[in-house]
Every structure is written in C-alpha cells, then in structure tokens.
Write a protein that binds this ligand. Sequence first.
Ligand SMILES: *Cc1c(COP(=O)(O)O)cnc(C)c1O
Length: 415
Amino acid sequence: MNKTLPFSKAELERIIEKYPTPFHIYDERAIRENARDLLAAFSWAPGFKEFFAVKATPNPHILKVLKEEGFGADCSSLAELVIAEKVGITGENIMFSSNDTPAQEFRKAKDLGAVINLDDISHIDFLEKHAGLPELISFRYNPGPLRGGNAIIGLPQEAKYGFTREQILKGYGIVRDRGVRRFGLHTMVVSNDLEPNNYIATAEMLFDLVVEVYQATGIKIEFVNFGGGIGIPYRPEDKKVDINLVSEGIKAAYEDKIIKQGLHPLRIFTELGRMITGPYGYLVSTVLHKKEIYKDYIGLDACMANLMRPALYGAYHHITVPGKEDRPLDHVYDVTGSLCENNDKFAIDRSLPELVPGDIVVIHDAGAHGHAMGFNYNGKLRSAELLLRPNGDVKLIRRAETLDDYFSTLDFGTL
Ligand SMILES: *Cc1c(COP(=O)(O)O)cnc(C)c1O
C-alpha cells in the first residue's frame, strides 16, 4: 500500500500556523469514498447496513459524515450512545454491542430504541429486570474452539464475549416465550485481519447457525452481524483488503446456505471501525529534539498519550516527513514521545531521512483507535482533532485539552 498524504508540506504548514502540533487530522473525502465503496460492494445484500464502531473514532463530526453516507452506529457504552444520539442516529440505526453492561446503559439503549445485542444468556433476565425486553433482540455468539483448518485469528474459547452454541439455541426460545418477536445474531472473531477469507468464514459460520436455529426452534433470524475486525495495511508492504472479494465470498455463502434453505431475505450487518477511518487519519507532530547516545533518538511533541498502538502492541505506524519524501532513508532512529516510559516510541530502528528539530513528522493510520485511546498519564494532554474537508478547508472538530481540563476534577481550594 503506497503511503501518501492528502496535503502538501505547504498546506500542512498553513494548518499548523492556526492549529499547533500535535493534532490528529482526518481526510473527509477519503472517508466518504471508502464508505461508498463498502456500500457498493454489499449492494446485493438484502438490507445491508454498516454500524460504525464508535469506539474507533468517537468524534460526533466523524460520525455525522458517516451518517450522511448511510451508516449507523455501533455503541458499547453510555458515552457512545449519547454521541450517536447527539448526531441524530437513533432507533434501529444504533447497534448496542456491549459486555459486562451496567443497567443504566441498557436503559439508555432501550430508550433510544437501539438494537440490543446481548453478550450473555444471564443478561436476558438482567435486561428484563432493568429495562424490559424489547421486541427485537440479538445475541452475540462465541464459537469456542474452532475446529478444522479455520485460520481465524485468536482463540474464541479464551475470549470473554458471547454465548456458547448451546446457550444460543436455548436463548432464542427463552426470549420468544417472553414476547420477543424479532431476532438477530452477532459474532466477532477476527481483529485487524488482512485475510479476506477469515471474514468470509465468519459469515459462513453465522449462516450455518441461522439454519441450525431455524431447524431446532422454528425461529427465523432477521439479521446477522459479522462484527468488525477487517484490518488495514499499516505497513507499506501490506495489501488492502479487497472488500469486493469479501463481499463476493459472503454472497456465494448466502446463496448456498440461506437462499437454498428458504431463509432469504436475511439482513446483513457489519460493525467495522478500523477499516472505515483508520487509513484516513494522521497524527501530525513536530520534532523537538534530537539525541545521540548509544542510539539516535528523535523526540516529538506528540507521545503515546496521542497514539498508544506502537507502545501497546508494538504496532507499526508508517512515518512520512513532508518535504523530505525524496531524501534517502539513510538514518536509523527511535522516534519517541516525552512520557517517562521507555516504551513511549512511535518507531524503533526506523530508517528515515535525516531529521532536525522543527521538522514536521506525519504518523499514518491514526484514524481509528488513535486519539480514541488517548489518556492523561504523566499529565499529558490529549491533542486536537481536525477535519480536512473535501474543499480543502480545515475544521476544528475537537479542541486540544488544556491544563484547566486536566485539573477540572480537582479542587485545590480544599488543600
Ligand atoms: C472493537 C469492536 C468493533 C470494531 O472493530 P474494528 O477492529 O475497529 O473493526 C466492532 N464490534 C465490536 C463489538 C467491537 O468490540
């Protein structure tokens, strides 16, 4: 995947005059085009809907763009439900896929008319007690140990999520007896996965279960939700997942399993986050210091409080130095932030052009699980978020935190 930027160095310098680094900036045009590609790929699917995983980029301005493209919202907390509500996403355009859920959050989801996707069979009673059962209910499936040559990443039997197969079969009968009339089925068994066949395998698994539920209980499931988890090409040598290929594989399985069994139409939902916005957000930072000891270090004005993935997972994020794209990559640096943690590094042993204080550095693929994972450890403040509009204008969609924000939960007067 060729790593390019949606702005020139001169354009970036103009933006920085108004909004000092560090900041996250999102490319609205690319996000919209990507959203349209997804919907076009699944145009064959009955009632297809993508519920954007709000946790990936919980900014209402981003969610508004996606709403305009026809997306719903996948929420898993009270704050995410409120963001969806503020954007005007309500009712069954909200998927509430939570776990270990407080009663208040079920009540809010129910008040909004959201599709409630239960994580556990015991939550049937809990939901009934605290919010009442809605007309439509969905269950999250955990397949447990996956047999055969299935290459799905992760070990579902080690994951805290979802119902077992037996609980799924039992659960639909329980809620039907209590008046539920409409049913959905959800799972999520992949994460940041670049292999199209794994998402297709998820679909096949759920289609089989829809058939099994129908044969065992007579219950006709109205939708399947394959969750999120499609990966993005963080590394230049990674290949972007061909969403048309994924869609074709799912279509073949739909014809083979659902149409053949007379269970058409079955609605198809996704709740992708990373692949919707991830490649279209950038963390822009300035080189503060250069340090030469046993290794050479480049110190930025951003730190892992702005983008935690490299420190947390050892994740690769590509780095471009605007204006130095054509220089040889003949210097090897650790690119660091200022936290008092030695893992506060955006890159280790990265070949880059020679850098000097004042250079602008752009860190790619920060559009999902980037600003969202920000934190305040070491008194670090979360940065601003900007939206690069299709006409080239830049809109501030979240201001940078200030010291007053940081101290706002303290009362120095009681010292
Ligand atoms: C995190 C999450 C998603 C989105 O995952 P991505 O990797 O961002 O696509 C979707 N659904 C649920 C339930 C999640 O927890």
